[in-house]
Write a protein that binds this ligand. Structure first.
Ligand SMILES: O=C(O)CCC(=O)C(=O)O
Length: 312
């Protein structure tokens, strides 16, 4: 209810330029997004700037361990003791996971290798670093022009983070098929692939054309069996994102999608969530950007940053 009122109060941001003024590449991408609910960008694949960022991200995760705590430790999960949590795919507040002794903190670990070996996390989450290279990538100009063409106005970057996903035994939340509910009418997510992604390294999955479909709307999560009965693996609308590092997939995640679980290695995926500016927003604990970094962005990127995210 409160969410509906907040959405009704959303001041749809500045009007975007008309699609006719878009370049041919952006227009073609927009057509695909409108038709299928997702579109793939490969202009950064193999670029030197992206390779530099892969190296930087690896350092932030493995040497500096700048991710969020507490983290869920999959090796503390007991099938009988935690049957209820397993059934809910761990969709509970992290305080509850902590109370049940299923998490670890920064003070529990001595190194990245130590944490992976001792706690077997399914996911590590790193908030967007306050760094120009990251914001420039999250606000890629070609992707922004397609976002504006799709929404018809300039939204804001609401969430910005990276997740590292590992092989794991128990499904956690978005390992299940679901629809995102961040905003009822306007929502786009850009997924930025930091490593080559194959089925066995956790390819992302999406059902093309499912945004407006009345199917699969009565539960939060659906199993592979339920989805595959209607959209079999390998069918035209069941999209499996096997893509090289540097790929960006822009997706209307009000459609059905899920995270693949890696069977080997790990998967690093960047997330940029775009929604309308909200009149009544809570303080944002999603990411911050310093004034000095914000100043270096292009004006058309700056408008995507809400004032509440800017810090001294
Ligand atoms: O990690 C993924 O591939 C999908 C993430 C997801 O389901 C979501 O952000 O809602």
């Amino acid at each position: 209810m409160i969410k509906k009122i907040l959405e009704a109060g959303a001041k749809i941001g500045r009007k975007a330029s008309a699609p006719e003024t878009m370049g041919p590449l952006a227009k073609a991408k927009l057509d695909t997004l409108c038709e299928r609910g997702f579109v793939v960008f490969d202009h950064l694949v193999g670029s030197q700037e992206f390779t530099r960022m892969q190296i930087d991200l690896k350092r932030r995760i493995e040497s500096e361990m700048r991710f969020e705590f507490p983290c869920l430790a999959q090796n503390r999960i007991d099938q009988k003791l935690h049957a209820d949590l397993i059934k809910k795919s761990f969709r509970v507040p992290s305080s509850e996971l902590k109370r049940q002794g299923l998490t670890f903190e920064r003070s529990d670990i001595s190194s990245y290798e130590d944490l992976v070996r001792r706690f077997k996390p399914s996911t590590l989450k790193l908030l967007m670093p306050d760094n120009l290279d990251y914001f420039s990538l999250w606000l890629d100009p070609l992707v922004l022009s397609v976002i504006e063409g799709y929404m018809g106005f300039q939204p804001i970057l609401r969430e910005a983070f990276v997740r590292r996903n590992f092989p794991c035994s128990y499904k956690v939340m978005n390992h299940n098929w679901h629809r995102d509910t961040n905003h009822q009418h306007h929502l786009l997510k850009a997924f930025i692939f930091f490593n080559d992604c194959y089925v066995d390294t956790g390819a992302h999955r999406y059902i093309a054309g499912s945004v407006g479909s009345p199917l699969f709307r009565h539960k939060i999560y659906y199993s592979d069996e339920e989805i595959e009965e209607v959209f079999p693996d390998g069918s035209a609308d069941h999209i499996i994102s096997e893509v090289p590092a540097g790929t960006i997939i822009l997706e209307d995640t009000r459609g059905l999608h899920k995270a693949g679980i890696p069977q080997r290695h790990y998967r690093d995926l960047g997330f940029a969530v775009f929604v309308p500016p909200m009149l009544f927003r809570g303080s944002s604990d999603y990411f911050t950007i310093s004034k000095s970094v914000h100043k270096c962005l292009m004006p058309k990127q700056q408008v995507y940053i809400d004032r509440s995210n800017i810090v001294a």
